[in-house]
Design a protein. Structure first.
Length: 467
């Protein structure tokens, strides 16, 4: 037999892989991104093998030195990635054998690419989750600070995108912050299930060598070895969990983006975004477009797509490892990159939001936003709520006809609708009075917003890095 077959598994083959099939089945073009984690895992594996006597200390040191050199070659861009060598694992192992000879071939003792790749992705995900968490913390901190600063700033609150009741801008920002708190908790919860070690599961059934998986797990910073070898090589639900977290987070960021886009428009005119977060138009010289929030809103779609791809990838897969799983990487990599970039954009942008307070205040003054306050005033003075609702409805109809807000009517005008109304009604018809009256936990009163901001700061400090 003269034809060369694959050097890693070609023993039982009688012809080389078809050139197209080699390219079709190879993953090295994208999984080389796991090189650092692959080497980290291999160093821990070799260390453990020496600890249990499968390798000598000398063999271990030769392997570790070789792998460390390879790491340097990769970082310097000198490593020659080969498609016939299929994936990151076999590329690195083949290079190791080139460098140190036969000892390199001993590294794969008691291990398979199936537990190796599952370990690499988990190490990768753990690293990325920590970077993503840091950006999320930065965003939450910036949002809480801005909310605290804007605790007294009045704006209209909306339901159905129609002016409903006045709120404070700080309160609105803390609503966003609550969404991010839950996302943060979801991320840390996902990290717990990511940080479990597949290594030692080998191909699917474990290995006959006297391995010590607790040693490897500790060397790699995993919380524990995975409990079941079949599950360990096939489980990808941690990836689905991460993309679920990412989808919900992006859904939240898309809602915030949508509001930022609306608010920067001339029609709302509630905020300004600094020029560095915007771009112009090549044809309309007056334009300043809120591209950053628009793009975040748009990127939400691709992350949802990755979630759907991973769910479908795993659907109906029999135990244990199947080649299908090679398809987990590209969606996961793109989800990680997208989430990280979107969070960075938001963490940089949010503290730079410039509220246009006068314009927000004017908008809240229009649109009868204190109508509920008038109804509550009537109820406090003995009118039944349903009757009060009717009285205020008539006052609003009158205001629409005469183009006057409730606070702009005279006492006599208001008294046409109810004799119960007295001079003190004007205290509740002001925007300041309206927001200050919602003075309970979770309410929009400036004092409550300041208290909520300080609680949020404490909760964030307690959660940070709570992995
Ligand atoms: N490149 C493969 C993947 O990403 C590595 C594991 C391959 N294992 C195998 N038995 N073919 O899933």
């Amino acid at each position: 037999m003269s034809q060369a077959t694959n050097q890693s598994w070609g023993g039982r083959f009688s012809e080389p892989t078809d050139a197209f099939v080699a390219r079709f089945t190879a993953s090295v073009t994208f999984d080389q991104r796991l090189a650092r984690q692959d080497i980290q895992g291999s160093i821990a594996h070799a260390t453990m093998l020496a600890r249990v006597g499968v390798l000598t200390d000398e063999e271990r040191d030769t392997i570790i030195n070789g792998l460390t050199e390879i790491q340097g070659e990769i970082e310097r861009g000198e490593f020659n990635w080969s498609i016939p060598l299929e994936d990151v694992h076999m590329n690195i192992e083949a290079r190791l054998t080139d460098k140190i000879g036969i000892t390199g071939k001993k590294l794969h003792t008691g291990r398979s690419r199936n537990d190796q790749v599952a370990t690499d992705i988990r190490l990768f995900m753990r690293d990325e989750i920590d970077v993503i968490e840091a950006e999320l913390v930065r965003l939450r901190e910036g949002m809480i600070e801005l909310a605290d600063r804007e605790a007294d700033t009045i704006m209209p609150g909306f339901t159905h995108l129609q002016t409903a009741q006045p709120v404070t801008f700080g309160h609105h920002l803390l609503a966003w912050q609550e969404m991010l708190t839950r996302d943060h908790e979801r991320l840390l919860d996902c990290r717990k299930r990511v940080n479990v070690m597949p290594l030692g599961a080998a191909a699917l059934a474990g290995t006959t060598y006297p391995i010590d998986r607790h040693v490897t797990a500790e060397l790699l910073g995993f919380d524990r070895p995975a409990e079941n070898s079949l599950d360990a090589v096939s489980d990808r639900d941690f990836a689905i969990e991460f993309t679920s977290f990412a989808s919900i987070l992006l859904m939240h960021l898309s809602r915030m983006s949508e509001e930022l886009v609306l608010w920067t428009s001339a029609q709302f005119d509630f905020i300004d975004l600094p020029d560095r977060f915007c771009t112009g138009s090549s044809i309309m010289p007056q334009k300043k477009n809120p591209d950053v929030p628009e793009l975040v809103r748009g990127k939400t779609g691709r992350v949802y797509g990755h979630l759907m791809a991973l769910l479908t990838l795993m659907k109906s897969q029999p135990l244990a490892y199947n080649k299908d799983n090679q398809e987990d990487k590209e969606p996961l990599f793109d989800a990680v990159d997208t989430v990280r970039d979107c969070l960075k954009a938001f963490a940089d942008m949010v503290p730079a939001i410039e509220p246009k307070k006068d314009s927000m205040y004017e908008a809240a003054r229009r649109g009868f936003s204190t109508a509920t306050d008038l109804a509550d005033y009537l109820v406090r003075n003995g009118v039944a709520f349903r009757d009060a609702h009717e009285i205020v409805g008539q006052s609003v109809a009158y205001g629409l006809k005469t183009k006057k807000d409730l606070s702009e009517m005279t006492l006599e005008e208001l008294q046409q609708f109810s004799a119960t109304i007295e001079q003190d009604v004007f205290e509740v018809l002001t925007l300041e009075g309206s927001v200050a009256a919602r003075n309970h936990i979770g309410g929009t009163a400036p004092d409550q917003v300041r208290a909520a901001a300080s609680r949020a700061r404490e909760a964030l400090a307690a959660l940070k890095g709570d992995a």
